[in-house]
Design a protein around this ligand. Structure first.
Ligand code: PFF
Length: 525
């Protein structure tokens, strides 16, 4: 069957693809979650397992997801269908339904970051250290960025910010690869520039180097803690944007002779390089100002870092603005990929115009994001979960982050490793690779990766159901105590229902042919 790659769109250049894929990988995960994980697990204890996770899990699965894209020139569900049949297609749709849930709260966090960004030139850093949130009104003295943040999220402003972020996403995705490429050519270099600015600032403050030493001094004792390994593997998957179909969608716009080993190495190293740079910048701040990001992952970005920036001898507003602008652009280059995954899959399945596919993803997506930004206070002390939106987000993130990506990764390795045969994917990738991968790849995809991913999933489940209460059920949420019980069902039943309907309830407009190695051109470019 003739490939319709030109109708689907294609990258203008290899650089465009690398920028887009690394833009997808580099996001909130690198700036916020990596550092708070590293902090939680004791700095030097985290980076060694993390480094290992890159080689035994990250790079091989990235090669697999990129490989699927160029072998079939189709997005995730159809690519899996072609190489491993209908059941594999189901896994693909399930991952994209999960991606939509993750996009909903990812965009809500970006909405808050956008609010804080405006705050840097508003009252965030005025009136002493930082002032309470007060749009269009005189700032008053306030004790901390925490107050500003909670004041902000208990107003309706973030809902407006959420709509603004969704609008930007849709505009960037409007013409597919053409508009994505234009955006990432600006955003991705800016991201690096701002991060380097922050690192220079952090390290030139007295005491900044101590934070770096904390992050990089190996902690042999800490490594023996199994939870550190679990944290490192989950974080690696999220950080490299694996298990949600995005990398396959992006790779499907490449020519068949793209060197996917080279691309995987480039994107993985750029992502982890950025992550370590971000870690250095953040840990130097934490140490200089003796900040302790207590109270969950988001507290690092929204309380501790602005608090540190507020104490800079100069450039407070500028660096405050830059930090949140950095979060917003890094987040947008990731959220567009989260939306492109399902959108491209709908285009492939139903042959519908791009705006229609974008609408099918964006309408439920915007509604969901608005829920996560709901400002109603349900914990009056604000010491717990704060707003209704934040409570929903915390519980949803727990389930989606810990289970979706890893479960998809597990089945993807089984489908590719056992049903298609890891050697077939390896042969397809090696055909155009300057650095051919050896049989070790088959061993990883067939045995090592499923074993590691399966262990983490089972372990998570055991912890889940041997704990005193279900995740989040311990907090006093007043009239909303039902949230922790209902969210997991909405997520699980919702994603399974969408995946079943799209796999078994609807047929392809153009029936997909099974993958055959002769689909690829024989001579490397
Ligand atoms: N890698 C992104 C980050 O680190 O923030 C998040 C992400 C984007 C995860 C796209 C998964 C994905 F498919």
């Amino acid at each position: 069957m003739a490939e319709t790659s030109s109708a689907r769109g294609s990258w203008n250049s290899k650089l465009g693809f690398i920028l887009a894929a690394s833009g997808s990988a580099i996001g909130l995960g690198n700036i916020v979650f990596f550092s708070s994980n590293a902090y939680q697990y004791g700095g030097g204890a985290f980076y060694l397992p993390y480094f290992l996770a890159l080689f035994v899990l990250g790079i091989p699965v990235m090669i697999t997801e990129f490989g699927l894209g160029t072998m079939t020139n189709r997005s995730f569900p159809e690519a899996l269908y072609r190489v491993a049949g209908r059941k594999a297609e189901f896994v693909g749709w399930w991952s994209l339904a999960s991606a939509l849930f993750i996009t909903m709260y990812y965009v809500a966090i970006l909405g808050w970051a956008l609010g804080m960004m405006f705050g840097a030139f508003g009252s965030l850093f005025e009136g002493g250290v930082t002032a309470p949130f007060a749009p269009f009104s005189e700032p008053t003295d306030g004790p901390s960025a925490t107050v500003y943040f909670f004041d902000l999220i208990t107003t309706w402003w973030p809902l407006l910010c959420v709509v603004a972020i969704w609008t930007m996403n849709i505009l960037i995705l409007w013409k597919g690869t053409a508009t994505i490429e234009r955006a990432v050519r600006i955003f991705v270099p800016l991201m690096w520039l701002f991060m380097i600015g922050l690192i220079v600032r952090g390290l030139t403050l007295e005491g900044g180097v101590d934070g770096v030493l904390y992050l990089f001094t190996p902690d042999v004792q800490g490594i023996q803690e199994p939870a550190v390994w679990k944290g490192a593997f989950s974080q690696m998957f999220f950080s490299l944007s694996l298990g949600l179909g995005t990398m396959t969608a992006y790779a499907s716009y490449l020519p068949k002779d793209a060197d996917q080993v080279n691309n995987s190495l480039l994107v993985s190293f750029m992502n982890c390089g950025f992550e370590y740079i971000a870690g250095v910048a953040i840990f130097s701040l934490l140490f200089v100002f003796a900040l302790n990001p207590v109270g969950g992952t988001l507290s690092l970005a929204f309380f501790a870092i602005p608090q540190g920036i507020a104490e800079f001898p100069w450039g407070v507003r500028l660096f405050g603005f830059l930090f949140f602008f950095l979060l917003v652009i890094a987040g947008i280059t990731s959220s567009i990929s989260l939306i492109e995954g399902p959108a491209s899959a709908l285009i492939d399945k139903f042959q519908i115009p791009r705006p229609q596919a974008l609408a099918m993803v964006a309408v439920p997506g915007i509604v969901g994001s608005l829920f996560f930004a709901l400002p109603q206070i349900i914990d009056p002390s604000l010491s717990g979960n704060g707003t209704l939106g934040l409570s929903l987000l915390d519980v949803m993130d727990h389930w989606a982050f810990n289970y979706s990506l890893l479960t998809v990764g597990f089945f993807e390795c089984i489908m590719v490793g056992w049903v298609l045969g890891a050697d077939k994917l390896r042969a397809a990738v090696n055909k155009y690779s300057k650095l051919p991968i050896g049989p070790w790849f088959d061993v990883i995809i067939k045995y090592v990766a499923p074993l590691l991913l399966g262990t983490v999933i089972v372990w998570n489940l055991i912890e889940e159901f041997t704990g005193e209460t279900l995740y989040g059920a311990g907090a006093d949420l007043g009239a909303f105590n039902w949230i922790p019980y209902v969210i997991p069902f909405i997520w699980l039943i919702g994603t399974l229902a969408v995946a079943s309907y799209l796999t078994f309830g609807r047929t392809y407009k153009v029936a997909p042919a099974a993958y055959s190695p002769s689909d690829s051109p024989q001579t490397p470019a």
